[in-house]
Design a protein around this ligand. Structure first.
Ligand SMILES: [Zn+2]
Length: 102
């Protein structure tokens, strides 16, 4: 099993999980329910993590994740309410649920 992706933003992490699952790569989430719930994001090891179950899938998974993330950073938007950065796939701010007004 190999760690493929971790981020303080749980939605980004589950997005990566979905991308991989849609490509028939077996993954599992760790630390899914900790992190932001604690109100303290400074502990890296409480971030949610996506793990690839089969190491043979790792390289393909990494390509998919990189492609998806590059794509998202291009179109990411900054929340007018709280200045958090949101992926293009989000219609609402992950942090304060404010709508993206462009
Ligand atoms: Zn916001």
């Amino acid at each position: 099993m190999k760690l493929i992706y971790t981020h303080e933003n749980r939605l980004l992490v589950s997005n990566v999980k979905n991308i991989l699952e849609n490509s028939d790569i077996a993954v599992t989430l760790k630390n899914e329910y900790v992190g932001s719930a604690s109100g303290d994001l400074s502990f890296l090891n409480t971030w949610p993590e996506v793990w690839v179950l089969n190491e043979n899938d790792y390289e393909r998974a990494m390509h998919l994740v990189n492609a998806a993330l590059t794509n998202e950073t291009k179109n990411e938007w900054t929340c007018p309410g709280c200045n958090e950065t949101n992926a293009a796939t989000f219609d609402l701010c992950w942090n304060c649920q404010k709508e993206n007004v462009v």
